[in-house]
Design a protein around this ligand. Structure first.
Ligand code: SF4
Length: 446
């Protein structure tokens, strides 16, 4: 049986795409291997959002190319956003790459691998405005185990000035509700207990069904009705289009976790306008207040992008002020890097010096770390339901789980405290970004 090895970079959508690709290749007769030295097909599923990620993949591709030199026919492929973004130059820069496949071309992967095995240089990077991969199932033993992903939306129509996603993943399209529910049921049958609904702007999910429109709130209700699924998360909503109806559904449905990742990017209105984000800080704050009013215990995390074109010290200071006032549970924080083809690259000047970007990034990380540590310290003594996700990296005798609010908890494994169980835990101490707990009541479900 031929074998395939896949490395995944970037966001949760890429993790979901890797599971989709592995599912497709499983059905085409491939077995997965975790050792690239034994693989007949090596795929690197890539991200193009930041220059650093692209550089890392370039280095990794050249390193994996050594497995082609041992006399066996090995196909080396680049899939995903970087394949789409750099399609014109990728094979010139890396002639050892046999296969360049964009995010809308995975259905044809088995035949494209066959072509590459016959010695053809294959490039399949056409975007397809209708492709949602309906009818295809993720690999049974995909990433995540008890928590799995379902893409409910692909592509993005927002065209934020800094972002390459609309160019690498094409225009927004939604998976129809019946197909989302079918995929969630299939995962539940295979032991998944938590599903993460993925898209670039999930809160604006809209699909037509029997002549009527189904929005995100209704989709949440339908997914919550799937037996065997205990928890639902979604990633990422956009601050615009996050309606009162969605907030009400989140508050009302016990299976929907009281946690939301809500990218802010910058708190200075002038920067938000240059980024073409379409909202002001006041509008963002009003949404945060509405979420906290409806769900007082909700944990809100965010993204910050510092050093965007023209960002002044005063504008950066506005971000620090908002970060201190809103008190996010945690944040992903990055320094801006220009991406070819975006509006910012075409019309704005990447004029914040690299050293200033790094200084601002270090400052924002430092401030957020303090806030996260303070919030985590307030959790000590609380009782939480924790889904045990995997063995901890520190010790096989410990498990890593997550609270409803997505806070990581380390606890000792034991009878009934095993991967896949929902366990009542008392939080005994906190670290800067981790909680440590003790299981009180192991779950009795078999
Ligand atoms: S919403 Fe903006 S940042 Fe997010 S994927 Fe779309 S264009 Fe990129």
């Amino acid at each position: 049986m031929p074998t395939v090895y896949v490395e995944t970079y970037g966001c949760q959508m890429n993790v979901a795409d890797t599971d989709l690709v592995l599912g497709l290749l499983e059905r085409a007769g491939y077995a997965r291997t975790t050792d690239p030295a034994c693989a007949d097909v090596i795929l690197i599923n890539t991200c193009a959002v930041r220059e650093r990620a692209v550089e890392r993949v370039r280095g990794r591709a050249s390193s994996l190319a050594r497995y082609k030199a041992n006399g066996r026919r090995v196909v080396l492929g680049i899939t995903g956003c970087m394949a789409e973004h750099l399609r014109a130059e990728l094979r010139q820069q890396a002639p050892y790459v046999d296969l360049v496949v964009g995010p809308d071309s995975y259905r044809r992967l088995p035949e494209n691998i066959e072509r590459a095995l016959r010695g053809e240089a294959v490039q399949d990077t056409e975007l397809d405005a209708h492709e949602t991969y309906a009818g295809l199932d993720a690999a049974r033993a995909g990433s995540g185990g008890v928590t799995r992903h379902v893409a409910i939306q692909r592509g993005c129509d927002r065209f934020c000035a800094f972002c390459v996603v609309p160019f690498t993943r094409g225009r927004e399209r939604a998976t129809v509700p019946a197909e989302v529910v079918r995929q969630v049921r299939a995962l539940a049958v295979n032991g998944c207990r938590e599903v993460q609904l993925l898209g670039q702007t999930v809160s604006s999910y809209r699909a037509s069904e029997d002549g009527r429109e189904v929005g995100f709130a209704e989709l949440l209700r339908r997914v919550a009705a799937v037996e065997g699924i205990d928890r639902i998360r979604f990633l990422s909503p956009y601050p615009l289009g996050f309606t009162a109806e969605v907030i009400a559904a989140m508050a009302e449905l016990p299976k929907v976790c009281k946690q939301v990742h809500l990218p802010l990017q910058s708190a200075a209105d002038a920067v938000l306008a240059r980024m073409r984000r379409g909202y002001t800080l006041a509008e963002y704050r009003a949404l945060v207040e509405n979420l906290r009013r409806a769900m007082p215990a909700i944990a809100i995390t965010t993204d910050f992008l510092v050093g965007f074109c023209g960002e002044s010290e005063a504008e950066f200071a506005e971000t620090l002020t908002a970060l201190a006032e809103i008190r996010f549970d945690n944040a992903f924080m990055f320094a801006y890097s220009e991406r070819q083809g975006t509006l910012a690259a075409r019309q704005l000047s990447d004029d914040v010096p690299a050293a200033t970007k790094q200084r601002r990034l270090a400052r924002v990380i430092d401030e957020q770390r303090k806030i996260t540590a303070e919030i985590y310290a307030t959790q000590v003594g609380r009782h939480e339901r924790v889904l045990c996700e995997s063995p901890s990296r520190r010790s096989p005798a410990e498990l890593l789980g997550r609270t409803d609010a997505f806070r990581p908890v380390i606890m000792a494994a034991g009878p009934g405290v095993t991967v896949g169980r929902l366990v009542d835990v008392v939080i005994e101490r906190s670290g800067p970004g981790t909680l440590y707990g003790r299981a009180l009541a192991p779950e009795t479900r078999s």
